[in-house]
Structure formats: structure tokens, C-alpha cells
Design a protein around this ligand. Structure first.
Ligand code: HEM
Length: 575
């Protein structure tokens, strides 16, 4: 009899019957193991000079979760230590004795509910520390700290891996939560740390702490985040602490009571960075920097492919709609045999183009790609630029007045307004340049990949970028930099006029990008924008429908490679 075949069919006891999801099966199946291997088998040789211990932390559910859709990061924290000395390696693995671990071990089953949702717990444990201590392990003050960001750290003996208990820096750390990724400064041993949801579940309070190497509190600063989100990690420099607030938003208590997961993706929330001085921090400084970043449109940039998963269904539907429009228009033209008029147009050229390598025409799939590109690159960009310009003209009536006088003073009929004839209007061009500067239709970075070059790295400003790195410069950060433009946030077309005293560094202006892959439609875009604008101000009187609200809301875009713009409500009357 094949014992393996028989045991495979036996049902395990319910308390260890893990759900048949990828989080608990195959290589992810919990190992539920504590133990020691003294003198591990070593293949090869460990140099005698190598001495130290490698610690590792993992979630390893001891009991089947109460809810099948629970996530693996709710598993009990197990710590591994591999000690290396005199060419030998000894291994030890032990669970952290958290309250959860001890209670469930005594009960021989899961008692706590879903990840970070107390409303799904057995009511008797609702007020216990919920830490699973499974995310990260660090060495500080001669002990290990096993971390889970919803709870205080658990201290452990670094040699025996015995758990000492929850640790609050000798009463100095006041928050109920502690990040899983504090930073230890390698130069002076200081610990930079923080906790979010720091006044209890779903609070937007954050607390920052700085401790000396000896565990003495040096700084403490409480502040509020713009919304509750999973502030999982942070970054630290000599002078600054950078907090990261992604739109993975904490759910309301009502949702949690219904059994929701603690966090859910919130399309409308901006990815936000908050910057606080590492020393002598003040909550006011923090709030200012968070708001500043929100206002200036911190960028959403995600690796290719993730987009579909993180964007709302509504957005995917909208995107499909745009694609279908582009493809539909293309198919219709092909069926109609439309050659784009006597002179032809971009698309008729593409239809008849031949691939230089093979002499073959472009296939339908390639043409579809071009149709979508032309719709997005060719229409959305110019419409954003015109929306930006119109908003700023209406917000600055004296600028609109100047532009209108220039256009109306030059032409005596609509028929005279031709692309050739508007070339001589400096203020019109200045207005367009200023619109493209203050809010470029592609506000984020235009990515480029560092190509192979000897010795394999690119160095810019002392920073090394190895081959294959994707890098870029954010247009908006160049365009709003006071180093290059005076009063960068104010709409002042005058800066583009000859002999203007206002600083206007044209080399820092790149709405169409630079280099061989820069915008192909640049000239066409200028033609469309300048003709539309001249004809608009010549023939129509424009004003905001609700000026007070427009000025109060301001004009901000969100970066999604192209800019997602707000609706601007405008009244139009014939002159
Ligand atoms: C204000 C209007 C416009 C702005 C700000 C703009 C901006 C840009 C930018 C930043 C790029 C990326 C270049 C790079 O990767 O370095 C680009 C590419 C491109 N644009 Fe525009 N664009 C505008 C209008 C147009 C128009 C009207 C068309 C055509 C009808 C057009 C066609 C293209 C094409 C085909 C590319 C791809 C070029 C390539 O990959 O080689 N653009 N544009």
C-alpha cells in the first residue's frame, strides 16, 4: 500500500485544515515548526573569518484562519537564526510568544479573526495586543525586536530566541502601533521610527520618534496624515524623515463590522509624501509639507501591468471606451476607403506606409496601436493644454484682456485669422508657453532606460545609475522650480516676452520632451492651440460659471502619464 496516497485523502482536523488558497498551499503551506539543527550540513566551506548571526522573520500560521479569505500576513511570526562561527552554521527556529500565539496555543485553534479587524475576533480577545510579530526583526539595545505595524514590538533574547514581551522603550514610546520598518542609522546607531493609526484603529494620527543608540528618546512628534492609509515604510536621510502614504486606505468602522479587510485601494486618494525634519520636528511643518505635495500633484507611477489591477473598474471601462472609439473610427475609415481628403492625413500615410525592414504594410494590430496613440497623444494633450490655458486666463482677467486686445487689434475679420498670420502675435505665443509650463499635459516623468555603456553605469550629478535603470525627470518639477522660473506658481505669460526681467530658463522647459523620441506632433500642437485660442478670444466672451468656486478649488491635475484634469465650467457668449 502506498501510505502517501492514503494520507493525502485523509481530512486534517479542522483547526489545521488550511484553506485551499495559494496563500496556504504548496510552497506557502505553513510549516508549523520550532526546532534546532546544531551543526548544519555545509556544502563548500565557510571562511573562518565569517562570524555572526543572520536573523529572519516570517508569517507561519499555526492554526487554520477563522476566515478562508484571510491573508497570509496574518500568520504567526516565526524567527530563524543562523549562527555562523569557526566555519560552522547552527540553525534555530522559534515562534514569537505574542498574546495571540499564547492564547491560541492554549485553545488549540484560531481565536483571533481577520488581519487587523477586531470586529471579527472572538469578543474575549478584542482588547488583547493583536501583534503576530511576523513582518521584520531588528537588533536594538542588545535584543531582538519582532515587529508588526499594528502593535508594539515584541522583545526577544537574541541567543535563545525566548520572548521577553511587548517593548515600549522603558515607557518612552506612547503609541499602540509601531512600524515594521524602523531605520537604524549605521553611523551613530540611532533608531528612527514611527507608528500610524497611532491613537487607535482608523485614526489618522501618526507619531514619529528618534531614539539614541542606548534607547533614550531624543525626539517625539505627533501629527495628522491627510487620510488613514497603510504607511508601511519610510525613508531617512541625515536631516529628513520621509513618510509615505499610499492610497491603500483604512476602511470605515461600519465596513470593518461587516467583515471587510482593514485596507482597500482608493482610486481617488493621491499618493502622498510627507517630509519632517529628523531633529526638532514640529507638527505644523509636517502638515504643511503634506499639503504642499498634495497640491502640487504627487505622481502616481506604477510598474507596467499593475495599472489594471489598481485602477477602479470605472476607469478601466473609460479606458476601453477610448480605445474602442479609436479603433472604431479607424475601421470605419478603412471600410469607407477614406483617404483623409485630397492631401491625405497622418492616418492615410500610415495606411500606405511600408515597414522599412520587410516592405510589408502595417498589419491591423499595429494600425490599432497607432490609432490609440494618435487619439491619446494627439487629442488629449492639446485639449489639456487648452483647458489649462483657458482656466488661467479666466482666473487672471488682465491677462485675458491683453490677449484679446492683441488678437482683436491685429485682425478685422475671422477669415484673416490663419496660422501664418498669427505667427506675429508674441503675447498669444507667450500665453501658450506659460500654459504648457505651469501645467504640462504630461506632468510626470517621461521614462528612459540607461543603456549599456562602458563601464555599465551612467553618472548624473554624482549619482550612479546602472544599465537597465528606468530614469526620468518630472516635467512639473522642472517647470515649477524657482531656480529656473521666477514666481513659478503664478501664471505670467510676460516671462516669455523678449527683455522680460522675469527669470525664464528655456532649457528647463520640456513639455514635448527632448531627444529623438520627443513629441512628433509638436508643430501640429502649436498650430491647433494657437488657432483655437485666437479664434476663441476673437469671437467669444468666456467667463467662469462659478468664479468663486473655481478660484477656491484651483486647477490641479493628476498624473496618469497624461494628465487627468478637473472639469472647468465656463459660460460662453458671442462678442
Ligand atoms: C500640447 C500638446 C502636446 C504635448 C504637450 C505633447 C507631449 C508629448 C510628449 C511629452 C511625448 C513623449 C516624448 C518622449 O517619449 O520623449 C509625446 C510623444 C508623441 N506625441 Fe505628442 N504632445 C502633444 C501633441 C501631440 C499631437 C497633436 C500629436 C499628433 C497629432 C502628437 C503625437 C505624438 C506622437 C506620435 C508621440 C510618440 C513619439 C515617439 O514615440 O517617437 N503629440 N508627446
Amino acid at each position: 500500500m502506498d501510505i502517501a496516497q492514503v494520507t493525502e485523502k485523509l481530512q486534517p482536523q479542522p483547526e489545521v485544515a488550511f484553506p485551499p488558497t495559494p496563500f496556504f498551499q504548496g510552497p506557502e503551506a505553513p510549516c508549523r515548526f520550532e526546532g534546532e539543527v546544531y551543526n548544519c550540513i555545509v556544502r563548500g566551506t565557510i571562511p573562518k573569518e565569517v562570524e555572526g548571526t543572520y536573523y529572519r522573520c516570517m508569517p507561519d500560521a499555526l492554526w487554520a484562519p477563522q476566515y478562508d479569505d484571510d491573508v497570509f500576513i496574518n500568520g504567526d511570526g516565526a524567527i530563524d537564526a543562523i549562527r555562523i562561527k569557526n566555519g560552522h552554521a547552527d540553525f534555530k527556529q522559534k515562534y514569537v510568544r505574542t498574546s495571540k500565539f499564547l492564547i491560541e496555543r492554549a485553545a488549540r485553534q484560531a481565536i483571533f479573526g481577520k488581519y487587523r479587524n477586531r470586529h471579527t475576533d472572538d469578543p474575549r480577545v478584542k482588547h488583547e495586543i493583536h501583534s503576530t510579530a511576523n513582518t521584520h526583526i531588528i537588533y536594538f539595545e542588545n535584543q531582538l525586536l519582532a515587529l508588526k505595524e499594528d502593535s508594539p514590538p515584541y522583545a526577544m533574547d537574541p541567543d535563545t530566541l525566548e520572548t521577553k514581551g511587548p517593548y515600549d522603550f522603558h515607557g518612552q514610546y506612547k503609541g499602540p502601533t509601531f512600524t515594521a520598518h524602523p531605520k537604524i542609522d549605521p553611523t551613530n546607531g540611532e533608531m528612527v521610527t514611527m507608528g500610524y493609526e497611532a491613537k487607535g484603529d482608523n485614526t489618522n494620527d501618526v507619531v514619529y520618534y528618534l531614539f539614541s543608540k542606548e534607547g533614550k528618546k531624543l525626539e517625539e512628534c505627533w501629527f495628522k496624515a491627510p487620510y488613514v492609509g497603510m504607511m508601511h515604510d519610510m525613508a531617512v536621510t541625515d536631516k529628513w524623515v520621509i513618510f509615505i502614504l499610499p492610497p491603500l486606505e483604512g476602511q470605515s468602522v461600519d465596513e470593518l463590522k461587516k467583515g471587510a479587510k482593514h485596507f482597500a485601494w482608493s482610486e481617488d486618494r493621491p499618493l502622498t509624501f510627507g517630509i519632517l525634519p529628523r531633529r526638532n520636528p514640529k507638527p505644523e511643518g509636517m502638515e504643511k509639507s503634506v499639503q504642499m505635495v498634495l497640491k502640487e500633484g504627487t505622481m502616481h507611477r506604477w510598474p507596467k501591468g499593475i495599472w489594471n489591477y489598481i485602477h477602479s473598474k470605472e476607469d478601466v471601462v473609460k479606458r476601453k471606451y477610448v480605445y474602442q472609439k479609436a479603433i472604431g473610427a479607424m475601421m470605419e475609415r478603412i471600410q469607407r476607403g477614406d483617404e483623409g481628403g485630397e492631401r491625405g492625413d497622418i492616418f492615410s500615410n500610415l495606411l500606405h506606409a511600408k515597414q522599412p525592414e520587410t516592405g510589408e504594410p502595417y498589419n491591423q494590430r499595429e494600425l490599432m496601436g497607432e490609432a490609440i496613440l494618435l487619439l491619446v497623444a494627439g487629442s488629449d494633450t492639446t485639449s489639456t493644454a487648452l483647458t489649462v490655458i483657458i482656466w488661467h486666463l479666466l482666473a487672471n482677467p488682465e491677462t485675458l484682456e491683453k490677449l484679446t486686445s492683441e488678437v482683436c487689434g491685429t485682425f478685422s475679420s475671422v477669415e484673416d485669422i490663419k496660422y501664418q498670420s498669427i505667427q506675429s502675435l508674441p503675447y498669444l505665443h507667450a500665453v501658450i508657453e506659460e500654459g504648457l509650463r505651469i501645467c504640462p499635459p504630461n506632468p510626470g516623468l517621461i521614462p528612459r532606460v540607461v543603456v549599456d555603456r562602458s563601464p555599465g553605469n551612467l553618472v548624473i550629478g554624482g549619482h550612479v545609475f546602472p544599465s537597465g535603470t528606468e530614469i526620468g525627470v518630472c516635467n512639473i518639477s522642472l517647470h515649477l522650480n524657482p531656480k529656473y522660473f521666477d514666481n513659478p506658481k503664478s501664471f505670467q505669460p510676460e516671462r516669455w516676452l523678449q527683455d522680460s526681467p522675469l527669470k525664464c530658463n528655456k532649457t528647463a522647459f520640456s513639455p514635448f520632451s527632448l531627444g529623438p523620441r520627443a513629441c512628433l506632433g509638436r508643430n501640429m500642437a502649436y498650430m491647433e492651440m494657437s488657432l483655437t485660442l485666437a479664434l476663441l478670444v476673437y469671437q467669444l466672451k468666456l467667463s467662469f460659471t462659478d468664479p468663486e468656486k473655481e478660484l477656491q478649488d484651483g486647477f490641479d491635475v493628476e498624473d496618469a502619464f497624461v494628465a487627468l484634469k478637473p472639469k472647468v465650467r465656463v459660460q460662453v457668449a458671442k462678442v
